[in-house]
Design a protein around this ligand. Structure first.
Ligand SMILES: Nc1ncnc2c1ncn2[C@@H]1O[C@H](COP(=O)(O)OP(=O)(O)O)[C@@H](O)[C@H]1O
Ligand SMILES: [Mg+2]
Length: 420
């Protein structure tokens, strides 16, 4: 068929962002309130959730509506071990200045005050000089302080509003959990300083993070992250109708109709997990003869190829990265139905729960499991359980770490249910 209307792959904005209407509405309301009354009305939000649920694309949609309203949107990168958030801000400023962007030009002095940063990487050809602050020697980076960053953002927002009265500044950070601790602390402090010192500034923040982001903020020494940020957890799977809409609507828009049963089948096999929805729908689309309908027979014909692609793209690479102990842990979780509490895991793995906590922490950090509710653990990717059950036993003989077989894990589970 013609060019696919689906958007598999991390961060690819879908034609139809299904099921996030309420979130977008709240965001737009907050933007309007901030544009009207300033920072006092801001609701800084962090979209949290496992990989593939649509954090990045939802944040992108937030950015789009902010831009539509006249806001300047600044996307900062949080890559650990590389440039920090402030470097990223300065690089952004540098690019805008090089384009002769008015508000940035007029806010330049305030931006330069953050400076003292080593600008050489971004300065080439841009003709930008950033003043060294008194105390630092030439070329020596100065650690930006929260007050100066807040002041610069507030000034920039005021300048933006001279051109676009309903605008301001929105700062976004994707994958906050990857940022360095001091960077997160600085970001939080700058937002706090904006609240205290610049209540009229039209500045708002949106970020994303894996489910353990509250813990990350806590570890970074951010005091009361819950008071500073509104945490919006995105569920792993879309509600049934939203999932259906994500499949049917993009096609309908270009004159292709899904047979209802065909779309239902894709929702069923993907559990409505956004990343898989896009991937499956894309494969079906590519293989269906069309030209203006997708039928159940098309879905059935494409399913093996879609499952195969899913395995190769996402499941196998994950599985290959795991250590034997991590595999055993995940296998136990799969045997227990993909979701379990630590004591149950401890039981089927025949180890005290506290011995397993570091494994749990590792897998949470890597985004493979998450805690849907306190004390519970769940596999991030719904179809991973089947994959693990199909592949685990092959890996057991190949490891020198003594791990339990699936049969052993299952026997312990049976014994436990027999105990009751
Ligand atoms: N609400 C949604 N409706 C339709 N597709 C979505 C939705 N949310 C995410 N997707 C798709 O799912 C995939 C993962 O989205 P992404 O934003 O990269 O997830 P995350 O940042 O949480 O890892 C992308 O292919 C994207 O197009
Ligand atoms: Mg993302």
């Amino acid at each position: 068929m013609k060019r696919s209307v689906y958007t598999p792959g991390a961060g690819h904005a879908p034609r139809v962002l299904a099921g996030r209407d309420a979130l977008l509405r709240s965001w737009r309301l907050a933007l309007a309130a901030v544009a009207a009354e300033g920072r006092v009305r801001a609701e800084d939000v962090i979209l949290s959730g496992p990989r593939g649920v649509g954090k990045t694309v939802t944040m992108t949609a937030f950015g789009d509506s902010a831009r539509e309203q006249g806001f300047e949107v600044v996307n900062l990168q949080a890559v650990s071990g590389q440039a920090g958030l402030v470097d990223s801000l300065m690089e952004w400023a540098n690019t805008r200045l090089a384009h002769g962007d008015g508000p940035w030009q007029r806010a330049r002095a305030a931006l330069e005050r953050i400076g003292g940063l080593n600008f050489s990487f971004a300065g080439i050809g841009a003709g930008v000089t950033v003043g060294q602050r008194g105390s630092a020697g030439a070329g020596e980076p100065v650690r930006a302080d929260a007050g100066t960053v807040a002041e610069a953002l507030s000034t920039l927002a005021a300048e933006v509003r001279k051109d676009r009265p309903q605008g301001g500044v929105v700062v976004t950070v994707d994958e906050m959990q990857a940022a360095a601790g001091p960077d997160l602390a600085l970001l939080a402090a700058a937002l706090h300083r904006l609240n205290v010192d610049h209540p009229a500034a039209a500045v708002m923040f949106a970020g994303t993070g894996l489910p353990h982001i509250p813990q990350v903020l806590d570890d970074a020494g951010v005091t009361h992250p819950d008071r500073l940020f509104a945490l919006e957890p995105l569920s792993l799977t879309l509600a049934h109708d939203d999932a259906l809409y994500a499949i049917v609507e993009p096609a309908r828009q270009v004159g292709v109709l899904w047979e209802p049963a065909a779309a239902e089948r894709v929702v069923a096999v993907t559990n409505g997990y956004p990343a898989h929805l896009q991937l499956f729908a894309d494969v079906v689309w590519a293989q269906a003869p069309g030209p203006d309908a997708i039928r159940s027979t098309d879905v059935e014909a494409a399913l093996p190829a879609a499952s195969d692609l899913l395995e190769r793209r996402t499941l196998t690479p994950r599985w290959d990265r795991f250590t034997p102990r991590q595999r055993e842990f995940v296998a136990a979780l799969a045997v227990l139905g993909g979701e379990a509490a630590m004591p149950a895991l401890g039981h089927v793995l025949d180890r005290p729960a506290k011995d397993l906590s570091w494994l749990r922490d590792e897998l949470i950090k890597s985004g493979d499991i998450y805690a849907p509710a306190w004390g519970m653990l769940r596999l991030t990717v719904p179809t991973f359980a089947q994959y693990v059950l199909a592949h685990y036993d092959e890996t057991v003989p190949r490891t020198t770490t003594p791990v339990a077989s699936l049969a052993t894990i299952r026997a312990r589970m049976k014994a436990a249910s027999g105990d009751k």
